[in-house]
Design a protein around this ligand. Structure first.
Ligand code: CA
Length: 725
């Protein structure tokens, strides 16, 4: 086996840890030496001498300077440059290098701009200034000055539209980086841009504010969409695949049906949730049509993505057009949520890592990047300056872009304390912003009790006037309704699984409380859903799990699932187009379950399917009716209701759900998840607002005694007090 010298790291002011493989015995302390240049450092002690080990601590006499380059030599293993690693978690480092200023980045003051970057382990930082975001050499490169807490700064007579990078020298080497705090970037995010934000505002922006469309999280009905998917197939759009497509009104498809924003207004959703719109790496902004990506490959967190702007070369344009998009959605009465992916970056050697190597990421003992995220470079929210970056970044986006909510990718990767600071930063700007994330249990890279996961998210409390804390996606009701997303033919409650899945469904109906062994939340802080961008679309899942059933039967199953979601406590969420049978067919009866870099053709929303009488249009109409129903009868969005439910027979899953509010309002939902028509005896009269095939604000009929519930459907009944709460 080859002897490997994996890593030598500074772990405290006088301590160096080395890692070798395979484990071996260092028999004599003289076999290990530490140098700065050619000068040998005096070693006080070395652990593990004479015992078999792959890792040990060397204590040196003099304090180590984290900006200097040291090397350690181990006889038989060669030498290694010593890099700062666990020292970042030492009291010494935290005391001396934690920076809490709000002036990192490029701040314009009159004719000058002051650049500040936190780089405590750097021995030299050079500021490079450019007239262009993508071409030509720097017109000036100048040494920055190291100040307090490891912050380097320089003030230069330049302003809006100047592009810049930092060249940072650390023990790892000399590397060029983009300022993580850059508010915009040039083409493909290779250079930051100095931005005067007042120059990026569209007309009317100053008088514009957040939406005011919800009173609590449960009012949110969220439509999750990718910028390109939304408009690529809109023939009449001038801005296919761009931010500005969200500003276009009056668009119709070839059948004369309203599409785009007008369609969303009619559908009645409250929030559009945009898949990543910060600057991501994969799509070439000079040639965006050559490839597609969802954007879970972050490059510059504080800049909008360039491929969605009409001019990716000019960093001002992407900001203005993003703002125009937000304003147009707001003017249509629709709130805007942005997807935040702080848990990993596109590249392990990102700008963060070039500026402060080993600080922003989680590493194994042997110096490998941790990959709980599956993306190869887990970030370290628990490190103060990364947590601070997340707090600064989220607060900035919500404030500057007037956003109405944020969604956190793999939130279980982040620590609770940081997410509480994020909650506070966001809600201090917009108390009605909704915050939610993927609270999956993300293994062991941080202490389980510190993870912002489903089981612990209720520890995060709303601050100030916030209408809620942080909510989590509810995969229990997701899989309970349609079957496991990981097993193609797995069925759920709506698709033939009978009584077995009802407890999982009831857990969701109750807003993520009640019977579930692994987690539950307070105050209905859940996002209930059947489909998102990940995994198969709902319609494709039903085709796979219920291949033997007719299209009409699957259609009924879809309606049943939607009905259950719309009477559930908590937020309602669906992938764009779920309501019109969105499909991602690959041919031969196969479907794309992970279309993150598939063709536009696979990913586009097919607006042409909306045609009077088409199944797509019928389903869309049904969703619209359900939304209207949910928004009219506040009993469904009231967090203070009592909900109980049970299966009527043990075997086939037929069930009822009772909802009662505090002022005598009642709802009764009778669910028939079987292939046969079901009858049910009512003992008093009720207003039927959903009969399984249509729903809405209006009472369809007043019913009493024996009623029929069609196959794979639910009827929703309310009393007269259910209208108010
Ligand atoms: Ca980009």
């Amino acid at each position: 086996m080859t002897k490997m010298f994996n890593l030598a790291g500074i772990v405290d002011s006088h301590k160096i840890q080395y890692n070798i493989s395979p484990e071996n015995i260092i028999s004599n302390a003289d076999q290990i030496k530490v140098f700065e240049g050619n000068r040998e450092l005096s070693i006080l002690s070395i652990t593990g001498i004479g015992t078999k080990t792959d890792s040990a601590i060397i204590e040196v006499e003099e304090p180590l300077d984290i900006s200097k380059s040291y090397r350690v030599i181990i006889e038989g293993y060669g030498e290694k440059t010593i890099v700062p690693t666990d020292i970042f978690d030492s009291e010494y480092f935290i005391q001396n290098y934690t920076y809490d200023g709000n002036d990192l980045g490029a701040v314009i003051d009159g004719e000058n701009t002051t650049f500040k970057v936190w780089a405590p382990t750097a021995s030299k930082v050079v500021l490079n200034l450019f007239t262009s975001g993508h071409e030509g050499d720097a017109y000036k490169s100048v040494d920055m000055v190291k100040g307090d807490k490891g912050v380097w700064s320089y003030t230069e007579a330049c302003g809006h539209g100047t592009y810049y990078t930092y060249t940072v020298t650390t023990s790892v080497g000399t590397q060029e980086a983009v300022d993580p705090y850059a508010k915009s970037v040039g083409l493909n995010g290779e250079r930051g841009m100095v931005v005067d934000l007042s120059k990026t505002n569209p007309d009317g922006w100053a008088d514009h504010s957040f939406t005011n469309c919800i009173k609590n999280y449960s009012d949110a009905i969220i439509w999750e969409v990718h910028v390109r998917d939304f408009s690529n197939k809109i023939a009449g759009s001038k801005y296919k695949g761009k931010y500005l497509a969200f500003t276009e009104r009056g668009l119709v498809n070839e059948h004369g049906m309203a599409i785009g924003i007008d369609y969303l207004v009619d559908l009645g959703i409250t929030h559009v949730h945009l898949l990543p719109v910060y600057d991501y790496a994969t799509v070439d902004e000079a040639n965006p049509d050559s490839e597609f990506n969802w954007g879970y490959d972050p490059k510059n967190y504080d800049s909008p993505e360039g491929s969605y702007s009409t001019d990716p070369y000019n960093g001002e344009v992407r900001i203005r057009e993003y703002k125009e998009m937000v304003m147009a959605l707001h003017n249509a009465g629709i709130a805007v949520i942005m997807d935040m992916v702080y848990n990993h970056t596109y590249s392990a050697n990102s700008s963060f890592n070039r500026i402060v190597p080993y600080y922003y990421y989680r590493f194994t003992e042997s110096g490998e990047n941790c990959s709980e995220s599956g993306c190869g470079n887990d970030t370290a929210s628990e490190r103060y300056m990364y947590g601070k970056f997340m707090v600064d970044s989220t607060g900035y986006w919500v404030k500057e872009y007037k956003l109405d909510g944020l969604r956190f990718d793999l939130m279980g990767m982040h620590d609770l304390a940081t997410m509480q600071r994020v909650e506070s930063a966001v809600h201090s700007v917009n108390p009605k912003a909704i915050i939610y994330g993927e609270g999956w249990d993300m293994g062991k890279t941080i202490d389980g009790s510190a993870q912002a996961n489903q089981a612990q998210i209720s520890k995060i409390l709303p601050t100030g006037d916030a209408i809620g804390g942080i909510a989590v996606f509810n995969d229990v009701i997701r899989d309970g309704l349609k079957g496991s997303v990981f097993i193609d033919d797995s069925q759920g409650y709506i698709s033939g699984d009978g009584a077995e899945s009802f407890p999982a469904v009831l857990f969701g109906i109750k807003g993520g409380s009640g019977e579930n062994e692994s987690w539950k939340v307070d105050n209905a802080m859940v996002v209930n859903y059947m489909s998102a961008h990940d995994n198969n679309t709902l319609w494709d899942k039903l085709a796979m799990s219920n291949a033997e059933d007719s299209v009409e039967t699957r259609f009924a199953m879809n309606r049943l699932g939607a009905t259950i979601l719309m009477i559930s406590k908590g937020m309602v969420f669906f992938q764009a187009g779920e309501e019109m049978l969105r499909s991602k067919p690959l041919g031969n009866g196969e479907f794309d379950e992970n279309s993150y870099k598939s063709s536009d053709e696979i990913n586009n929303i097919r607006w042409d399917a909306l045609k009077a009488g088409s199944m797509e249009q019928e389903m869309s109409k049904f969703y619209k009716g359900l939304i209207k129903m949910r928004q009219t009868y506040s009993i469904f969005t009231d967090n203070n209701t009592e909900i109980s439910g049970a299966t009527i027979t043990e075997l086939d899953g037929r069930a009822y759900v009772n909802i009662e509010n505090r002022i005598g309002g009642k709802a009764l939902v009778i669910i028939n998840p079987t292939a046969e028509t079901m009858t049910y005896d009512l003992d008093c009269s009720w207003n039927m607002i959903c009969n399984g095939t249509e729903a809405g604000a209006e009472v369809i009929e007043v019913v009493n005694g024996k009623i029929e519930i069609p196959y794979y459907s639910a009827v929703v009944l309310v009393n007269n007090q259910a209208l108010t709460s």
